[in-house]
Design a protein around this ligand. Sequence first.
Ligand SMILES: Cc1ncc(COP(=O)(O)O)c(C=O)c1O
Length: 437
Amino acid sequence: MSERPETPQSPGPAGPGARTEAARAAELDAAGPLTATRERFVLDDDTVYLDGNSLGALPRSVPGRIAEVIGREWGELRIRSWTEAGWWTAPERIGEKIAPLLGAAPGQVVVGDSTSVNVFKAVTGAIRMAGKGTTEILVDATTFPTDGYVARSAARMAGLAVRPVEPARIADEVTERTALALVNHVDYRTGELNDMASITAALHTAGALAVWDLCHSAGALPVALDACGADLAVGCTYKYLNGGPGAPAYLYIRRSLQERFESPLPGWNSHSDPFGMAPGYTPADGILRGRVGTPDILSMLALEAALEAWEGVAIEEVRAKSLALTDFFLACVAAYVPAGRVRSVTPADHRRRGSQVSLACPGAGEVMAELIRRGVVGDYRPPDVLRFGFTPLYTSFADAERAAWVLGEVLRDRAADPGPAADPAAADPGVPGGGAG
Ligand SMILES: Cc1ncc(COP(=O)(O)O)c(C=O)c1O
């Protein structure tokens, strides 16, 4: 595991009353690339939105397109839109648009269903491809819960055991009995970035497959599925890809595995001749095998329109700004937050950091509820984590500075009047900023 430094704490040379970092934020916003892309999103100046790692903001390209889909394609063309408006081929067409953000060559990504459902397809598909002597699967011990639940069910159906393993230990723990490991690229709670290349290589050396969950990395940093030799991957599109609430997820199947991929959900959309209505199942060639049933067209086409926000944007620029934003936020926290009140659980090392900062803090649920009341929207993850997500396409350095300032105010106010936080149950107001993880 990487080091987890205490966030340096000092009120700053000018004391707690001064916004010492505000001028620097203005400079960084003026100089930085990706300042103008903020205009591609619907945002308001009263709110600092740092929850794009749960639900991305609304791209301006979406409402008009959805109005057109409803009014013209559904309202007037009706059933003709399956062919004339390209509805039928939307899952693979939109997959091609996402593929460059995943480091995937064409023909390997298909969009549809939720991430949870795609975890089931990927894990079961991998189990079915695994060698005969395998007896277990490894699951990232720090995984977002749904992956663990689904993987356990898939393993049980195949008669395999499940062994939770910390991502950093996978290379030591994998054996010739391991069918696969399911690993989160970025840890949803701490923001730690796992090393896809080395973990995948270690799995392959032992003869196991690598299945990656990209929910917290795709759109936030360069992902290199092909270059790392990843076998299968899944991810959601409502976080850094801004596809909207419940937007469909995607499934990546490495091209050289596609012929061996046997879907556990062989719906008619993945049939080689879906309109032949044959009683027997024959899988389509290629990535179409990842489809299941009728795609949710409204969500899918909202996602397609949302991807226009990426026009002319290089993911390397996104990564550079993400690291600058998270560094700057940590510096502002150090300057503004009373000493010892928060501790960063996000790796300081850039090579191990995703695009969020997670601060452990007593009474974190209440603190986040108060931050949201004061216009700073992050979220809270039990038991004690304040999560702040940075979406470089629209998060500004001024946002980072204001969020740290308000956090300092909230924590100073609580020190003066601690309220009911002594009782942890009373301190937990639910899931402020709740929604997908
Ligand atoms: C890492 C990770 N995996 C899986 C999921 C579950 O996605 P879904 O609810 O779309 O199935 C989430 C949701 O936020 C997530 O963060």
